[in-house]
Design a protein around this ligand. Structure first.
Ligand SMILES: C[S@@+](CC[C@H](N)C(=O)[O-])C[C@H]1O[C@@H](n2cnc3c(N)ncnc32)[C@H](O)[C@@H]1O
Length: 205
C-alpha cells in the first residue's frame, strides 16, 4: 500500500523526525547508559523513580513523560537529591524507545497509572498494544520485567490479555513489586491492581 502523501500527514512525519533528532542531540549519552537500566514511562511528577534511583545508585534510571510541567517538577526532585543516575526527559514513549540503541537490554520498565482511555473508540490510544510490546521487547533484557499498575479494571484486563497473548512476553504468576512508593495518581485514585510480565525473547525491531 502506498504511504499517505497529504500535506498534513507529511508535516506530522517531519515534526516527529525533528523531535527525535532533538532528543538524540540532547540525550544520546543518557540513552547509551540505559543498558541494564530502568525506564519509567509516564513518570508524572517523578515520585516513584526518584525514590527508586536513590536506593539503586548503580542503575541508570530514566523517566519520560509527554508533559513539560511534570518533567520540570521531576527534574527539580532529581537535582535536589543530587542523583547523577537519574534523568527525566520530555518525550513520547515510542519515539523515545526507538532511539535507545539496538543492543541495549533494559532490566525493567515501569508504567504507573497510565491514561486508561476508557471509551472503546479510544482503545487504540492505550499505551499497551501488540506493536508497543514488540518494540519494547527489542530493547529488553531476556528476563527483564515490565511493572504495570492501574486503578482502571478494564485497562488491567486489557493489559493482562495483551501480555498473555504476546509471544515475546509472559505474565508472571507471582507479583514481586520492585519498590513501594506512592505516586501522585496513586494518592488521588481509588483501589488499584498491579501486574508484572517478563520478556522471554528479544525482538529484532
Ligand atoms: C495518569 S498520569 C500518571 C502519572 C504518574 N505515573 C503517577 O502515577 O502519578 C499518566 C502520565 O502519562 C503521560 N503519558 C501519556 N501518554 C504518554 C506517552 N505516550 N509517552 C509518555 N508519557 C505519556 C501523561 O503525560 C501523564 O503524565
Amino acid at each position: 500500500m502506498e504511504p499517505p502523501t497529504s500535506e498534513g500527514y507529511l508535516k506530522e512525519v517531519q515534526k516527529r523526525k525533528d523531535r527525535q533528532s532533538s532528543l538524540l542531540d540532547r540525550y544520546q549519552s543518557v540513552m547509551e547508559s540505559l543498558d541494564q537500566g530502568v525506564l519509567e514511562i509516564g513518570c508524572g511528577h517523578g515520585h516513584w523513580l526518584t525514590s527508586y534511583a536513590s536506593q539503586n545508585s548503580d542503575q541508570c534510571c530514566v523517566g519520560i513523560d509527554l508533559m513539560k510541567h511534570r518533567v520540570d517538577k521531576s527534574v527539580k526532585k532529581a537535582n535536589k537529591n543530587e542523583l547523577t543516575n537519574l534523568h527525566f526527559i520530555q518525550a513520547e514513549a515510542i519515539e523515545f524507545i526507538e532511539l535507545i540503541p539496538q543492543g541495549t537490554s533494559l532490566a525493567a520498565v515501569v508504567v504507573l497509572f497510565p491514561d486508561p482511555w476508557p471509551k472503546k473508540r479510544h482503545f487504540r490510544r492505550r499505551l499497551i498494544q501488540p506493536d508497543f510490546l514488540d518494540l519494547l521487547a527489542s530493547r529488553m533484557n531476556v528476563g527483564g520485567k515490565l511493572y504495570f499498575r492501574t486503578d482502571h479494571h478494564g485497562y488491567f484486563d486489557w493489559t493482562t490479555e495483551h501480555f498473555t497473548d504476546h509471544p515475546l512476553w509472559t505474565l508472571d504468576s507471582e507479583l514481586v513489586w520492585p519498590m513501594e512508593r506512592s505516586t501522585y495518581f496513586q494518592e488521588i485514585k481509588g483501589p488499584y491492581q498491579s501486574l508484572s510480565a517478563t520478556c522471554i525473547q528479544k525482538s529484532a525491531k
